[in-house]
Design a protein around this ligand. Sequence first.
Ligand SMILES: Cc1cc2nc3c(=O)[nH]c(=O)nc-3n(C[C@H](O)[C@H](O)[C@H](O)COP(=O)(O)OP(=O)(O)OC[C@H]3O[C@@H](n4cnc5c(N)ncnc54)[C@H](O)[C@@H]3O)c2cc1C
Ligand code: SF4
Length: 278
Amino acid sequence: MRLVQPDSVADATSALGNGSRALAGGTELVPLLRSKLVEADTLVDVRAVVPRGVQGTTIGAGTTLAELEVDPEIPAVLRESCSLAASPQLRSMGTIGGNLLQATRCWYWRLQYPCFLHGGNVCHARQGEHREHAIFGNERCASAHPSDPAAALLALGARLRTDRRDLPLAELYRLPTEDDRSTTTLEPGELILELEVPQPEASTYLKAMDRARWAFPLVGVAAARFADGVRLALAGVAPIPWVLGSPAALDSATPLPGTAYKVDLARPLVRRALEAVA
Ligand SMILES: Cc1cc2nc3c(=O)[nH]c(=O)nc-3n(C[C@H](O)[C@H](O)[C@H](O)COP(=O)(O)OP(=O)(O)OC[C@H]3O[C@@H](n4cnc5c(N)ncnc54)[C@H](O)[C@@H]3O)c2cc1C
Ligand code: SF4
């Protein structure tokens, strides 16, 4: 395997595609390479070219979660979602860009079962073990998106700037379909460069997890209040980060037998989050 260390965005993007992958902190990519869930002949180290740090409402995609969790300039919901993610060591290496692009933790997918998301015809989790899986958008793939910061950024109405477009974060994600099993709209070789994050009047992130530290969200609730109202988004409840139109939208959840408890977890978390930002 080759390691390429470009010194411009143009050099990085021309080195990407055709069997190469962008490498930032490597906390997600390296385990995926080791378990052969991702194949690459070249790694393109993008740390020198993807912006890092916070400038007003602009956050470089190369900023680590550890840097974000202590930055007083960024909204509380994003700070809190970062500080509740992973472990201190992972947050010191892991970048916000890489976090938004992490793959599902579904154990069937990680064990390479030939499931729907891998291109097959069935979702093994629907029939099998699925206590950590989805309650929304789970008709074909019932995986639960693991990113806490993605829910925070959705509630904030963040936008992304890549090397080729500017888009709302919500448009980065898509539910997998028969024709296309991917869960993001990122094109091959496209690099996320920056996030534009509006400042809310108040915001918070609440997370239910199996233990108090170093656990993925069973349910994460992000709430952000702006002049025109409060926006809610959830982590750990659908194959992609999920916008919750209102607390009543929880009534339209489609839980599996083993995930019905997540609806009961989400209701009080949503209520508490709304009280916190009122
Ligand atoms: C044990 C463990 C527990 C965790 N717990 C949590 C948790 O509770 N909550 C949570 O939110 N996260 C959790 N994470 C995820 C962790 O936060 C991510 O692994 C990390 O943020 C990924 O960032 P990275 O820079 O290391 O990405 P990398 O591993 O370098 O890259 C990840 C992916 O993103 C691509 N990529 C990276 N940067 C860019 C870019 N700028 N443009 C385009 N593509 C890019 C890479 O090609 C790769 O496909 C956990 C991870 C582990 C291993
Ligand atoms: S939940 Fe998705 S990733 Fe998991 S087995 Fe089903 S189709 Fe595969």
